[in-house]
Design a protein around this ligand. Structure first.
Ligand code: GLC
Length: 585
């Protein structure tokens, strides 16, 4: 139907392996479990999977601290299990991209163990080492630190950790268990490019590049000027009330970290990586965990996609927000020498689940349907996050000993020990900021443990008990009105409607506050999409829209019931929160 590449037409689905499906009954997801669910994914209608890290890891950051890049975490299976998973996915026409963490390794990676052992070992320069005076203990648990500068880790306080064997500090943008690699060292590049080739040779279809913005920092180590440390700033963010306070805090976040990302060198690095992918057949692809379109280079020589995170960076999704976002992003993408392609998402393993985050506690189910329709009808490649298709919600863990996201555990202790916050409040705050809430096990059926693990097994994170209230795959498969069947239908309509995949985006009624209306248009097909973001019934007329003049509409999909499938654009009646998709005839 199209000259587009597979990654432009595909719908991606993110699998968080620890929480997707437990095939061997040990309370942790694994490849056996994922393989058993491939038919489910095929039936759902997704075309490609993004697999969050599946590599061996001490799990200080749930797999994003990798101790061996060319292997599989034993709790997930073996390399052969991975190969079976890849082959079985491909057999079903489903592509697979892996998560590639370039910025840092685990502090248990052999590269780091060697690097930290002395100042003159062969890998001495593979990480970012700096001189500084040793931390001096001052008693009462306090310490005066001789850190190279005041940079913070965005996860756990100081960005510098002292190693007595070297008498030096290493830098870590994330946890101290995640030392930053020194990408200015050509040997580091070669070692990592070998990793890339290892997986490409096995046949993976591409990579989601983790945290690329943090690979290079300001070489002159300019200190930040914010009068707080990380824990204090987090706390201040929680306490900010007025718009002025919130604005100030936002500026502080930016100022605290602005010297630690976006340093010189990333464009050249992305070009090198892209050139490796281009040596392979099959249009292997790269999507960066970054929203900066500049990392697409000229549109053909760096990343294939960057995420449209600005779309989701808002408390409430409104028609005005979407229109402004689309205008800004699409204008920039289309201005690239080789036109860039958009990539939309509303949730992943780092953010509050979209059902919770954009719900209003009254119309959550309708809003979830609207948001799904938004991601699946906008121009660009959609990324879904496992569990969103059944409306999984956040589960706040208020017992700090049960948290697995160690940045939240660190914050809990800082609140209680350094900032004097009451432990009960600290526990709640840590639970709220923890990413565990949106990483709980997938809910497969209405059986103990939600069908994720066998009854009686202790799962790695608690299963959200709302699996008993219909938030599970099996119950929803049997209910024609379920969110799951809604996703399936919408995905089918998208697949069968070329304009929804490849058509241009043409916004309509630019000042409408209640609804977002637009066309998707190819030379052969025009489709009208209306998303009613309000609780009001609407009567709309598109008689002034040239493309709709003297035309009729053939209904392709609606979240409401219409007595006719052929309708007039001059007078359309929409229900509250309705999703309406029709072909112009
Ligand atoms: C990315 C990942 C996140 C991880 C961080 C450090 O932002 O999405 O989960 O904690 O990088 O690797």
């Amino acid at each position: 139907m199209t000259s587009l590449k597979w990654w432009q037409t595909a719908v991606f689905y993110q699998i968080y392996p620890r929480s997707f499906a437990d095939g061997n009954g040990d309370g942790i997801g694994d490849f056996k479990g994922i393989i058993e669910k491939l038919d489910y994914l095929k039936d759902l209608g997704v075309d490609a999977l993004w697999l969050s890290p599946h590599y061996p890891s001490p799990n200080w950051d749930c797999g994003y601290d990798i101790s061996d890049y060319c292997s599989v975490a034993p709790e997930y299976g073996t390399l052969d299990d991975f190969k079976t998973f890849l082959a079985e996915s491909h057999k079903r026409g489903i592509r697979v991209i892996l998560d590639l963490v370039l910025n840092h390794t685990s502090d248990e990676h052999p590269w780091f163990l060697e690097s930290k052992s002395s100042r003159d070992n062969p890998k001495a320069d593979w990480y970012v080492w700096m001189d500084g005076t040793p931390p001096i203990s001052e008693g009462n648990g306090g310490s005066r630190r001789g850190v190279p500068n005041n940079w913070q880790s965005c996860f756990d306080g100081d960005a510098w950790t002292y190693v007595p064997e070297r008498g030096q500090y290493y830098y870590h943008y994330f946890m101290k268990q995640q030392p930053d690699l020194n990408w200015r060292n050509p040997e580091v590049k070669q070692a990592m490019w070998n990793v890339v080739r290892f997986w490409l040779d096995l046949g993976v279809d591409g990579f989601r590049l983790d945290a690329i913005g943090t690979i290079y920092e300001d070489p002159s180590l300019t200190p930040h000027t914010v009068p707080m440390n990380l824990a204090q700033l987090r706390r201040a963010s929680e306490l900010a009330r007025t718009p002025a306070e919130k604005k100030q805090i936002e500026k502080y976040w930016y100022d605290m970290f602005k010297h630690q990302w976006g340093g010189p060198g990333l464009h050249d690095l992305m070009k090198e990586l892209r050139a490796i992918l281009d040596e392979y057949d099959g249009d292997r692809m790269l999507v960066g965990e970054d929203d900066d379109i500049a990392y697409m280079g000229d549109g053909g020589d760096e990343l294939h996609l960057v995420f449209n995170f600005p779309l989701m960076r808002t408390e409430r999704i409104t028609p005005d927000h979407i229109r402004r976002n689309q205008k800004e992003r699409l204008t920039r993408l289309e201005a690239l020498p080789v036109k860039g392609w958009q990539c939309n998402t509303l949730g992943n393993h780092d953010t509050s689940r979209l059902f919770t985050r954009y719900g209003d506690r009254q119309h959550d189910s309708s809003l979830a349907r609207l948001h799904a329709a938004l991601v699946l009808t906008l121009k660009g490649t959609p990324f879904l996050y496992n569990g969103e298709e059944i409306g999984m919600t956040d589960l706040i863990i208020t017992d700090p000993s049960k948290l697995r996201d160690t940045m939240a555990t660190w914050y809990y202790h800082s609140l209680v020990n350094d900032l004097g916050v009451d432990p009960a409040e600290a526990a709640l705050r840590a639970g709220e900021m923890s990413r565990d809430k949106n990483r709980t096990p997938m809910q497969w059926n209405n059986a103990p443990n939600g069908g994720f693990s066998p009854p009686g097994v202790q799962t790695w994170l608690p299963v959200n008990p709302n699996y008993k209230e219909g938030i599970n795959v099996r119950d929803q498969l049997h209910n024609p009105n379920s969110l799951l069947n809604y996703y399936k239908n919408l995905l089918r309509v998208r697949r069968n409607t070329p304009a929804l995949v490849e058509g241009e985006y043409i916004p309509l009624h630019p000042r409408a506050e209640d609804y977002f209306a637009f066309l998707r248009q190819t030379s052969a097909q025009t489709v009208l999409v209306i998303l009613n973001f309000s609780n009001n019934k609407l009567e709309l007329s598109f008689s002034r829209t040239a493309a709709l003049k003297d035309k009729s509409l053939h209904l392709l999909f609606s979240s409401a019931v219409h007595s006719h499938t052929d309708l007039s654009p001059k007078s359309l009646h929409l229900g509250a929160f309705e999703v309406f998709i029709a072909e112009v005839k």
